[in-house]
Write a new protein. Structure first.
Lengths: 457, 233
């Protein structure tokens, strides 16, 4: 029999102790794998979502991270808005003039181009209004460009497609301004299909529903992004709902002037009367300037009094660096402690068995085993427990990931494959187990090394 | 009559072994001026309990080192070797049958026998192990654990284990002490016969007259070991 088979036989003879110590190691390693898998999924999801297809988000002055959370992830609540006229300054070429002609109302210098239009050649600016809900899902008011110009996917090269229906339009003969598109999860959860009507609740999930509904004309194919959880309504129709008119504000104090938040008179759903420019606000503007203008634009906008510009990639990377990665290290530290405690339990278990095994060791020495043979057998036992427990833990940790796909994939868009390694740090598990197994076996091995032979025969 | 040292298998000369006494000073356990065993010879060393029989076997086998003197095996001086080298020589050239059998409880009869060849260099010969178990009458007990074997069966496994690596010298320490009287003779016959068939020299220590009477050469430890003569004086 070789040393390995002797070690295996010894472990089998002490089945219960071997099983329990291996189990504790399996638990520790499973936790480590889970932490690495989950943090890997979170990182991938955030990185995937950060690849949004536009360079900047412009919104009211405030927390840059809150603006990104609200705009990209549909989390948090919008804090403040910026005037629609401000959005028009970003329309490329003669977009500002055309927009004014389309909407009407009061606008200073309507004949000029937007102040940033020269930086937007070949790019786009898409407005968003947020704050309403459709059931538990965020209601986003925007233009058809949202699904017409933006792309999605890991490489941001996939067009938005509709599993049913089509994108909404600015105005249709059938539905007027009141068309909507919903994400796949919204459709599944609320049982929606083209032709269904949705009603936005003002300000919160439990807020009062607006009297006017929107007709669902399209359902998005799953994208694995937060857009799967959004209800997107035509911004023109959004402005015509009660409570969505921007009040006049005192220039000095910024306070609302009472009695000024009145919308236009509409005659029915198919009325073509639009809310004028001066009565509109937007929560966020998605910008894609030309070339390398994004960085200089970001600086310029941030110098202004009431607006800020943030790079979503930068903020998400910051979130990863400040929160996600440190949290991962903290959890890894905790789970590694569990593994170390398991290694200590291996040490204690084998060391406690040394007393009962003195005679066996003496017999093997009498049969010609050297001290090194005996030491090797004890170290092998410790290593086998550590590696066997670690293997089981690795399998369990990886099995839990794919089993949770039904819940995590719709939320994060990341699919966890069987035994896929989410983080390169996982490659350190085997060397770590070998190290711990050796350390755990060292003290019992030394005790075995020093066992007096003659006295124990 | 002793053989000349040149052609002796085992040759001991001026061997001394001391143990430290609890109150200080040293107690001489072994003081053997001369002792030899020829190839294939079967020798009984008879002595009472506490006379140093086991210690002598331990020193010969290298389990414990002697304090001075010479132990030659096939003409090679063992005293100059390190502990690890002595272990290898013991594994390769000596077999040991213990008083209490000392089978490892975690291993089957076959595995206990195979253990006898695990620590010597060379290929493990499972067929040799099976053959020896057959010869000692345990062909149908190979996969039994020691706890499932009778005392006599355990001792037979111990004999097979001691011979499995084709040693040149078998050391047996009171091999019948834990065997009932009815089986003692059978056990001694088994050991003697197997050693004869394998051409293995045998050094058997015992306090039993009945056991000693089976063999032609019986040495009294009290005559070989001067430490006993000094103590009795």
């Amino acid at each position: 029999m070789n040393l390995l088979s002797i070690a295996l036989r010894n472990l089998r003879y002490r089945k219960l102790a071997s099983f329990l110590t291996a189990l504790s190691m399996a638990l520790g390693v499973a936790l480590v794998v889970l932490v690495l898998t989950i943090s890997g999924v979170i990182e991938k999801s955030l990185e995937k979502t950060s690849n949004v297809g536009y360079n900047l988000i412009v919104g009211a002055k405030g927390s840059p991270l809150q603006l990104v959370f609200n705009t990209v992830f549909f989390l948090s609540q919008p804090v403040e808005n910026v005037p629609y006229a401000y959005y028009m300054e970003y329309l490329p070429a003669d977009g500002r003039q055309k927009e004014y002609q389309r909407i009407g109302g009061e606008l200073k210098e309507p004949e000029r181009s937007g102040l940033y239009s020269f930086l937007m050649q070949g790019g786009f600016a898409i407005p968003l209004c947020m704050g309403d809900y459709v059931d538990e899902f965020r209601c986003v008011a925007t233009t058809p460009d949202y699904f017409g110009l933006l792309k999605h996917g890991d490489l941001n090269d996939q067009d938005y497609r509709f599993s049913q229906g089509r994108n909404f339009v600015d105005y249709s003969e059938e539905n007027g301004f009141f068309e909507a598109v919903v994400g796949s999860q919204v459709a599944d959860r609320l049982g929606l299909k083209p032709g269904s009507e949705i009603f936005a609740s003002h300000g919160a999930e439990s807020g009062q529903a607006h009297g006017q509904g929107f007709v669902v004309v399209g359902i998005l194919e799953p994208t694995g992004s937060p857009n799967d959880r959004g209800a997107f309504v035509n911004i023109e129709g959004f402005y015509l709902l009660e409570g969505h008119v921007a009040p006049e504000r005192d220039e000095e104090s910024g306070l609302e002037k009472r009695g000024t938040a009145q919308g236009p008179q509409r005659q029915g759903v198919l009325s073509k009367v639009r809310l004028p420019v001066e009565k509109r606000e937007v929560t966020a503007i998605l910008l894609k300037p030309n070339g390398f203008a994004a960085m200089s634009m970001e600086k310029q906008i941030n110098k202004t009094k009431f607006a800020q510009a943030v790079s979503p990639i930068g903020q998400i990377e910051g979130l990863l660096g400040v929160f996600v990665r440190p949290l991962r290290w903290a959890l890894l530290g905790l789970t590694s402690l569990v593994v170390i405690v398991s290694a200590i339990s291996i040490l204690v278990s084998i060391y406690n068995s040394m007393n009962d095994r003195k005679k066996d060791i003496a017999v093997m020495r009498a049969l010609g085993a050297s001290r090194d043979h005996i030491t090797a057998i004890i170290l092998l036992e410790s290593l086998l427990i550590a590696l066997a427990g670690g293997l089981v833990g690795w399998l369990v940790g990886h099995a839990l990931g794919p089993l949770s796909n039904a819940w995590t994939m719709p939320t994060t868009g990341v699919k966890i494959d069987w035994f896929a390694v989410q983080s390169r740090w996982e490659l350190w598990i085997v060397p770590g187990l070998v190290f711990l197994g050796t350390m755990a076996g060292a003290i019992p091995a030394m005790a075995a090394y020093r066992t007096p032979v003659a006295r124990n025969l | 009559m002793s053989q000349s040292q040149d052609c002796a298998l085992l040759s001991i000369c001026d061997l001394k072994k001391f143990y430290d006494q609890p109150g200080g000073g040293k107690l001489t356990i072994l003081d053997v001026p001369e002792f030899q065993i020829a190839r294939g010879e079967q020798v009984v060393l008879r002595g009472e309990s506490g006379s140093g029989k086991t210690t002598l076997l331990h020193v010969i086998s290298g389990i414990v080192p002697a304090d001075s003197g010479s132990i030659r095996l096939e003409g090679v001086e063992l005293m100059r070797f390190s502990e690890a080298k002595r272990d290898r020589i013991r594994a390769a050239k000596m077999g040991y049958v213990f008083q209490t059998f000392n089978l490892l409880p975690a291993f089957t009869a076959l595995e206990n026998v195979r253990l006898g060849m695990s620590f010597a260099r060379g290929k493990l010969d499972i067929e040799r192990a099976k053959d020896l178990l057959n010869r000692v009458g345990l062909h149908d007990r190979m996969h039994y654990l020691p706890g499932q074997l009778s005392v006599g069966q355990q001792q037979r496994v111990a004999v097979a284990r001691a011979l499995v690596n084709r040693p040149i010298l078998l050391l047996a320490d009171e091999p019948t002490a834990n065997v009932d009287p009815a089986n003692q003779e059978r056990m001694i016959e088994l050991i003697a016969k197997q050693c004869q068939e394998e051409s293995v020299a045998l050094l058997l220590v015992t306090h039993s007259d009945a056991v000693a009477s089976r063999f032609s050469r019986v040495e009294q430890l009290s005559k070989i070991n001067r430490a006993l003569q000094t103590a009795s004086v």
